[in-house]
Design a protein around this ligand. Structure first.
Ligand code: BGC
Length: 387
């Protein structure tokens, strides 16, 4: 069947950037299966994150690169299996009331060959493990694969999250370790929900995962919702950056799609997307109002995430406008950066980061992975026979 979307030059360019995104990710994927966050960026070089990689794998899975996504999941599962005893020890201590320190918990990123690495980092973050569970189950379902291949890692990630989902930790942006964050709850809810119904766990673990997922959602709805005022200041409720805060964060869109805390089109989903659009989208999406990292620019991956949510409610025009905005910020080689400085929230803070870590991370594989997801939502991947 002819591919009907490659009609206009703009559409052809969007499709070409999808092909290029696949190429960037595939080229940089390590032999171990790890997706380096950004191969040349000083602070990320040599490391791969579960969070970035899980979304990147989802993009590759949608593109039809079953081998690449599978290799990433092999890498992720093998790291967890190698730490099965350590995780069992952490969970046992927790159950005896002997709370492990943050520095004893699993890190958020690993070297490409699966070691912990020696560079200090804001390491204790649980969301990557939740997003990974969601990503690997989604990949297996899409391509009819047997999750048994990753069973050891799936069990370890499940035990870890069932024990520790409610602990304060660093957020998606590796900040605010004292808080319990909306998007961290969302990620762990999605991961535990997906794995509980996947059939890959023994019965006891599956039940524990489902119970923890229900508790996460209830906690989030009780503690991470603001707004929803009665008239005359009527407003829809929205999810919040952390429990007890009223601020939004661009990452919260993920709590609707793909994490599923609330369904697209629900008052809470609509209120959350509206708040992100009002407070953070220009039209590229900022992380949060107080963001000073590289002056607080607009993140391409968050713009794709908002577009993905807009596509899920049938707002194809807005979703496509987000994809076009992202594509307009590709380098001449077709590389997508982490953020762009069209509109800076805190311009005075930009120079210090350039001095410290060099120019913004480019390419960022997570940006390319999110581009693939939104392009797929809009039917803008190249035809299968031409990938
Ligand atoms: C971001 C994280 C990301 C990491 C690697 C950090 O600057 O805040 O969300 O996982 O970079 O891309």
């Amino acid at each position: 069947m002819p591919h009907t979307t490659a009609e206009t030059p703009v559409t052809a360019r969007l499709v070409a950037l999808a092909r290029r995104s696949h190429e960037v990710i595939a080229t940089h994927q390590a032999p171990s299966g790890a997706y380096p966050a950004s191969p040349t960026f000083s602070a990320y070089r040599g490391y791969a994150w579960y969070r970035d990689g899980a979304f990147t794998a989802e993009g590759m899975s949608r593109y039809g690169d079953v081998t690449s996504a599978g290799a990433f999941h092999d890498w992720a599962a093998s790291i967890l299996m190698a730490r099965a005893d350590a995780v069992r020890g952490l969970v046992d201590r927790q159950s005896r009331g002997d709370e492990p320190g943050n520095e004893e918990m699993l890190p958020t990123r690993f070297t490409l060959d699966g070691a912990d690495g020696n560079d200090p980092w804001w390491d204790f973050q649980t969301d990557g493990y939740g997003t990974w569970l969601w990503s690997v189950v989604t990949h297996a379902e899409r391509h009819g694969l047997d999750l048994a291949r990753w069973a050891g890692g799936l069990a370890v990630a499940t035990d870890y999250l069932v024990a520790f989902w409610d602990r304060p930790c660093y957020d998606w942006w590796e900040e605010h370790v004292a808080h319990r964050h909306g998007s961290t709850f969302g990620a762990n809810f999605a991961g535990l929900t997906a794995i509980a119904r996947s059939g890959a766990l023994d019965e006891g673990r599956a039940e524990a995962a489902a119970a923890a997922a229900a508790a996460i959602r209830a906690t989030m709805l009780a503690e991470c919702v603001a707004g929803g005022d009665e008239p005359p200041t009527a407003s829809l409720p929205h999810l919040t950056k952390w429990a007890g805060s009223s601020a939004v964060d661009g990452s919260l869109a993920a709590c609707v799609v793909p994490y599923g805390i609330t369904a697209p089109g629900s008052p809470l989903a609509t209120g959350t997307l509206d708040a992100i659009r009002t407070d953070l989208a220009t039209p590229g999406v900022h992380r949060f109002a107080a963001d000073v990292f590289y002056g607080g620019g607009q993140w391409l991956l968050l713009t794709c995430l908002l577009g993905w949510n807009e596509a899920a409610t049938g707002d194809v025009a807005s979703a496509r406008a987000r994809l076009e905005w992202v594509a307009a910020h590709a380098t001449p080689e077709g590389d997508l950066p982490e953020q762009v400085p069209d509109h800076l929230l805190h311009p005075a803070s930009r120079a210090e980061w350039i001095e410290r870590w060099g120019p913004v991370a480019t390419p960022l594989l997570w940006s390319h992975g999110m581009y693939l997801i939104l392009a797929d939502e809009l039917g803008l991947l190249p035809p299968v026979e031409n990938r």
